[in-house]
Write a protein that binds this ligand. Structure first.
Ligand code: ARG
Length: 501
């Protein structure tokens, strides 16, 4: 608040005052900017400006490796408005914020205030700077304190064209140059959308065009490293009206700087939100599951996430990885959680990315690539269940090859030969029945009843039988052979006569 008033009083400083500054054409500044230290009304650190620095292994880099700027735009002193493109693949723990910073070599105790980021909330529609919505809000672990100060957030009423505004940061002083060690500041003016027409369709409704042409080729501009930093109107009170977003090169009159337009309702809502939803963060990282071979289907496993409340979008790419490790023929594959691999994928690498899209923004986690191999040889069909296959389905044949009855002993001896396709291992069942000289009636029936003979196997399908002593009469002998598979032969009969002596 103090700052807002102080700056408000100084905001009378007209745009005209920027001209002398610009005319110096001093290099070694934002691009044609000045040392904040020696520039009124700041004459030191810019109260609402912070630097974003990386945290590696829990440590904040020293000297401060400021990769982006940010703005304290809330009275909480704990919320930083920055550019979504500054923190696309960061987890909150990977970023720290330094307030009241002038020189990147300054150390805490001599001005700088270090704060850890506890949550990142980016605009859910942010994809790339050219597509706009380039705003994110960082929540800090503790408020920044004076002399750091907050600046009013611009309203949804667009800043008037021509409004003089400060840009500041530790960014490059020329396109392609290194960042500045000192905090630099410059005054530029809000320009009409037509002033950014050189960008064609890439200049959008969520963007604001601003700059200060010095000549046909030279302009005051923000540059690489200033991103996320403030565009603050020199009004009463001063307001954050833009966030450094992008541009073609730096300091080119034809291509003014492009800022996220805080008067856009959606961006204004995010920058002023009191209900910030933390963006999801991957914990384990995505991975490709399945066998990478033609004919197989791969699945993209998003892995574990924190704060994932929305949906996952899965995208796939394939490419050829050269012996030099370089990728060529990079192709997008159909999106979806699974990818069916065809012969065309063999020898290529494929990878997926899972993007968590939720109210706190979109965050992507890419899976390590896998190399696709040839189709897997058709798996051997499951071993056939041990079906008892019958040795053969053909019945044996049997016949009496020798037969004779001895008149003296009144016994008959018969030899049976059974042949079988499945081998000689056969059994033979031989019966005989008297078929003559039986009285009629009940007793006769008993007389004709078939009797079983004991069969002796002689091997190789040869069997012999011998009857007991028989009464003189005619007898019918029958044989049925059975093979190893249980096939039974037809019944074969022969009639022998036992004669009286
Ligand atoms: N994208 C740059 C960054 O990441 C900011 C570029 C601003 N460019 C410009 N011409 N205004 O720091």
């Amino acid at each position: 608040m103090i700052l807002a008033l102080a700056l408000g009083a100084l905001a009378i400083a007209p745009a005209a005052e920027a001209a002398p500054v610009a005319k110096k054409k001093t290099r070694g500044h934002i691009v044609n900017g000045n040392f904040a230290q020696f520039t009124a009304p700041f004459n030191g650190a810019i109260p609402y400006q912070v630097g974003l620095v990386p945290v590696k292994n829990g440590q904040i880099s020293k000297p401060y490796d400021v990769f982006c700027g940010g703005t304290i735009a809330r009275s909480t002193m704990q919320h930083i408005v920055t550019a979504a493109h500054c923190v696309p693949d960061s987890n909150a723990a990977d970023i720290a914020v330094v307030g009241n910073l002038l020189n990147r070599y300054d150390t805490p105790g001599f001005g700088p205030q270090e704060r850890r980021v506890t949550a990142i909330t980016s605009h859910p529609q942010f994809v790339s700077v050219e597509q706009g919505f380039d705003v994110a809000v960082l929540t800090l672990d503790a408020p920044l304190t004076a002399p750091a100060q907050w600046v009013n957030l611009g309203t949804t009423t667009p800043a008037a064209v021509g409004t003089s505004s400060w840009i500041s940061g530790w960014g490059a002083t020329q396109s392609g140059a290194q960042g500045s060690q000192q905090l630099l500041v410059a005054t530029i003016r809000v320009m009409s959308a037509t002033s950014c027409q050189a960008y064609g369709e890439d200049f959008r409704d969520t963007m604001l065009c601003a700059g200060e042409p010095l000549s046909a080729e030279n302009a005051i501009d923000s540059c690489q490293g200033d991103s996320g930093g403030p565009l603050v109107s020199q009004t009463s009170p001063p307001r954050l009206i833009g966030v450094v977003s992008w541009g073609k090169g730096c300091g080119q009159t034809q291509f003014p700087g492009i800022y996220a337009r805080i008067s856009h309702p959606e961006l204004n809502a995010l920058a002023s939100s009191t209900n910030l939803v933390p963006r999801a963060e991957p914990i384990t990282g995505a991975s490709v599951q399945g066998t990478p071979a033609a004919g197989q289907t791969l699945t993209c496993d998003p892995g574990q996430w924190n704060n994932h409340t929305g949906n996952f979008i899965f995208t796939w790419i394939s490419a050829v990885k050269g012996a030099d490790g370089k990728f060529t023929d990079v192709k997008g594959e159909p999106s979806g959680q699974t990818l069916a691999l065809s012969a065309a994928h063999v020898g290529r690498v494929v990878g997926c990315a899972a993007t968590s899209v939720g109210p706190g923004g979109a965050r992507q986690s890419g899976a390590p690539l896998v190399t696709v191999g040839p189709p897997i040889a058709a798996a051997a069909p499951p071993a056939a269940p041990p079906v008892q296959i019958r040795g053969d389905l053909i019945a044996p044949t049997s016949r009496f090859t020798r037969r004779s009855c001895d008149r003296k002993s009144r016994t008959c001896s018969l030899t049976i030969t059974a042949t079988d396709s499945g081998g000689p291992a056969t059994k033979a069942a031989v019966t005989y029945a008297r078929i003559s000289g039986c009285k009629k009636g009940k007793k006769g029936a008993k007389c004709r009843k078939a009797k079983t003979l004991k069969v002796k196997s002689r091997g190789k399908g040869v069997f012999t039988v011998t009857t007991p002593r028989l009464a003189p009469a005619k007898y019918r002998f029958t044989v049925i052979a059975t093979d190893a598979s249980g096939n039974r032969s037809k019944q074969t009969s022969v009639v022998l006569t036992v004669k009286r002596r």
